[in-house]
Design a binder for this molecule. Structure first.
Ligand code: PHE
Length: 450
């Protein structure tokens, strides 16, 4: 390990941090409605297959590259390159990765800020301050700016405390809290009238819808976003792992946790929507599909909570608290990517680096808020639809083609001496060389022409 670098103190700490990065807004507001409108259990099956057969290998590429170099993505990609050209392209990929990570954070923190505002609104309502409660839930520039800055300040504070004392410590606290909160919400929602219809819609398999080419590609795109791939997040977390750890196993656990939480969130969101329908709230768009994403979270669910009376306020608080935690453990992993680069390449002090980079991201976030209608959707599309798959492609190419196979094998052997005898070594190298790059290019081509 490079001297003075941070390291996760235990396997549990790493799993909490990496699955904290993976489990985010995408799992809760994207996956459940996508599944419900696209074939229910059949979509779930397709998603599971894609997550394990394609996203997991790409995740492994990042983890292995990171653990091998014990450094940021720019240095890691340079290190495995045999020629100056490959080293240059690798460095450019790493730089593009942390730039995209910063841009994702600039819009993610805006949405996360809304979650915190909605959470506090429930507190304001409980204490009888209606005016404050409605200010917190109305779309206004000052509210948006204030909560963007507050959320980023939290993110920066955790990252500036370091890998062990910041990222690992907080992930270890927040992730179990997230799981418990989610289970409590699922259990509560399932007792309400109308919930069972939602469960049926979520789980009734319809293979004719889940097997369309367009949908499979979409599901793969969400799996990539959900596992935080393509921007160097998983690479940098892998770089803080000790050489004794069995990487294929750890990557498998992280994928499993991410997918399980997405599936579990479906047991809350879909029943909740049908409870809302039962209580007279509109849950379909004009064209007859289930309302999803931001309208689901900020309109349908709050309307549902309002129909339950006092317990509704408590449920509302709990739900937005859950969303805020999910967002925070993801956002710290986004900020860590540029911070790690600047501290390692320029010997900058972590605390200063985190605040300066966080400040730049806050400025970009404010610019987005000032031009919300034009910039928000644009940045989301450029970063998640185009950049993430393309950069993910580059990481696979570096792990599969550029890096010498022998050296890669040695890296894997470190925490898993019998790796050559296992299934992983028989399948993964092919996946990362051929299958992953081809599929990613497929998604990319599709998103260009869609
Ligand atoms: N995986 C996170 C989510 O599902 C998003 C994310 C993307 C996090 C890229 C880090 C890097 O919300």
């Amino acid at each position: 390990m490079a001297g003075g670098r941070g390291q996760f103190s235990s396997r549990f700490g790493f799993v909490m941090a990496a699955s904290g990065s993976a489990v985010g807004l995408g799992n809760i507001w994207g996956f459940p409605t996508q599944a419900a409108s696209n074939g229910g259990a059949a979509f779930l099956l397709v998603y599971l297959l894609l997550a394990f057969l394609l996203a997991y290998p790409a995740l492994m590429a990042e983890l292995i590259l990171g653990r091998h170099a014990h450094s940021n993505s720019v240095t890691a990609l340079r290190k495995v390159s045999g020629s100056r050209l490959a080293a240059g392209i690798g460095a450019a990929t790493g730089i593009a990765g942390f730039t995209v990570a910063g841009l994702i954070l600039s819009f993610y923190a805006i949405v996360a800020g809304w979650m915190v505002a909605f959470c506090l609104s429930a507190v304001a309502e409980l204490s009888g301050n209606q005016a404050l409660a409605s200010w917190l839930t109305s779309f206004g520039l000052w509210r948006n700016v204030f909560f963007l800055l507050l959320f980023l300040a939290l993110t920066i504070a955790i990252v500036s405390a370091g890998v062990h004392d910041g990222i690992e410590r907080w992930s270890r606290r927040l992730m179990p809290a997230l799981l418990v909160t989610l289970i409590v919400l699922v259990a509560y929602v399932l007792t309400l009238e109308g919930a069972m219809t939602g469960l049926e819609v979520y789980l009734m398999p319809d293979f004719s819808r889940a097997l369309s080419a367009q949908l499979i590609l979409n599901a793969l795109g969400s799996a990539f976003f959900s596992l935080s791939l393509g921007v160097g997040t998983m690479l940098i977390y892998g770089s803080y792992l000790s050489d004794e750890e069995n990487l294929p196993l750890l990557g498998g656990i992280v994928t499993l946790v991410d997918v399980s939480i997405a599936v579990l969130a479906g047991f809350m969101v879909l029943p909740a929507m049908y409870v809302a329908l039962h209580n007279g709230v509109e849950i379909f768009t004009a064209s007859g599909v289930l309302i999803s994403e931001d309208t689901l979270i900020f309109t349908v669910l709050p309307e549902l909570f309002a129909t339950i009376g006092l317990p509704g306020i408590v449920v509302s608080f709990t739900f937005f608290f859950l969303m805020s935690i999910a967002a925070l453990t993801s956002s710290i992993s986004m900020l860590e990517v540029p911070v790690a680069y600047v501290t390692e390449e320029y010997n900058a002090e972590r605390h200063a680096a985190a605040w300066v980079i966080g400040g730049i991201i806050a400025t970009i976030g404010c610019a987005i808020l000032l031009n919300f209608d034009t910039l928000f959707g644009f940045i989301v599309t450029v970063t998640t639809r185009y950049s993430q798959p393309l950069l993910g492609f580059m990481f696979c190419v570096y792990a599969g083609w550029v890096w010498r196979r022998n050296s890669l094998l040695q890296e894997l052997r470190k925490g898993y001496p019998q790796v050559e005898e296992g299934l992983f070594w028989k399948i993964w190298p092919w996946y990362v060389r051929v299958v992953c790059p081809l599929i990613i290019l497929g998604i990319f081509a599709q998103s260009l022409f869609a």
